[in-house]
Design a protein. Structure first.
Length: 387
């Protein structure tokens, strides 16, 4: 195994593998360290709505063929409240589409393209000397502790990873809001109830109807964070989902045994800055948003784009302008997406029993339905602010 490389990427999820693939295509050596097994990472069920900028990055990396063939392009989304429905024409208002294609499938595509660049089941990863010009990473593999020196360390290892945890608390500022509700998500082999994503505001709580393919659906209902999976039989889930949808939509709902079921907590989290010497944070290592706006993976890919451009400039032009600007440029987009995700969550979820809170939600949804300008604001943010 090598003892020196140019870039070490900690984390073998989509952002880490995408960056590794892009760097490899441009002649930059890198090594990815992932603590989990390849099979575990490949089967994790995550997000599935890709902004056009994310699709562009997959194409640049040469891994978009299956996504473009099997994914489902969406021109809009649907907001419902009570029996009311309002479709927002995202393509008509912005010129952009989104693509429904599961993160699980993206992970498989990237694994196939990055064989040989990844050490799976790398344990006890530790980051060293990243405030100097000679950073290094140590890890245990096959019972042997190894050290690899590098120029840069990229932390793509998520909210609970070692990368952000290696930074002194005095050097980082954390902003966080926790929501008192979660999402109970079910994946099932049943045709989607709608060809576009449905966001449902109901007095019983939020619901979302999404899809992974013409025959596989992903559905969510808001639930207390204290609930457990054992409390939610398939029958109870389908009954609850149906009750939160307008009759015109619920009448089309087809049910099936759940393939996967889990409860996702909702939080907004941003850490500033995103650079510490030669250590750079990417994706969930630096920011987490509620899944309501489908921004998590897209934000991570936007980080990858900026960092890929910066590293390419460093190695090919011996300039560090973009490396120096990485944190500020990334955070400008992250805060806008955090705002949108928080706003959309507040407008669609039942977060209070106060009667006025419900009335204000309905008034805002009604305003969006009646105002082309308000609908365009939603469309622009949903399509993604790629600048």
């Amino acid at each position: 195994m090598i003892n020196k490389t140019q870039v070490i990427i900690v984390g073998g999820g989509p952002s880490g593998l995408l960056l590794a693939r892009l760097l490899h295509l441009h002649g930059i050596d890198c090594l990815v360290l992932e603590r989990q097994s390849q099979s575990y990472v490949a089967e994790r069920v995550r997000a599935g709505i890709l902004e056009s900028g994310t699709v562009d990055m997959l194409q640049l990396a040469g891994v978009a063929q299956r996504a473009l063939k099997e994914g489902l392009f969406h021109d809009g989304l649907v907001l419902t409240y009570g029996q009311q429905q309002h479709r927002i024409d995202v393509k008509g208002l912005t010129g952009s589409q989104v693509l429904a294609y599961g993160q699980t499938e993206i992970q498989k595509d990237l694994i196939a393209a990055t064989q040989g660049q990844v050490v799976w089941e790398a344990h006890d990863v530790a980051l060293h000397d990243f405030y100097t010009d000679h950073p290094a990473v140590t890890f245990e593999f096959d019972g042997v502790t190894r050290r690899v020196d590098c120029d840069f360390i990229i932390g793509c290892d998520g909210y609970h990873g070692i990368s952000r945890a290696s930074v002194s608390p005095a050097d980082i500022t954390v902003y966080e809001r926790l929501l008192p509700v979660g999402w109970l998500g079910v994946l099932a082999d049943a045709p989607p109830v709608s060809h576009e994503v449905v966001y449902a505001n109901h007095e019983r709580g939020f619901a979302l109807c999404s899809m992974r393919s013409p025959t596989r659906s992903r559905y969510y209902v808001q639930c207390p964070t204290t609930d457990s999976i054992e409390q939610w039989s398939d029958e109870r889930f389908w009954q609850e989902l149906k009750s939160r949808l307008p009759d015109a939509i619920s009448s089309r709902l087809q049910t099936a045994p759940s393939i996967e079921k889990r409860i996702v907590p909702l939080r907004s989290f941003v850490a500033e800055p995103m650079r510490f010497g030669q250590l750079f944070l990417v994706g969930d290592a630096a920011h987490v948003v509620p899944p309501t706006g489908a921004k998590g993976l897209n934000l991570a890919v936007a980080d990858v784009r900026l960092l890929f451009q910066a590293l390419t400039e460093h190695y090919q032009s011996q300039r560090d302008d973009l490396l120096d600007q990485y944190s500020s440029r990334a955070l400008a987009r992250i805060w806008k997406a955090t705002r949108f995700s928080w706003w959309l969550t507040q407008m669609t979820h039942r977060l209070s029993d106060e009667p006025m809170a419900r009335r204000l939600q309905l008034a805002e949804l009604d305003y969006i339905a009646q105002s082309p300008a308000a609908s365009k604001v939603v469309a622009e943010n949903y399509a993604g602010l790629w600048v």
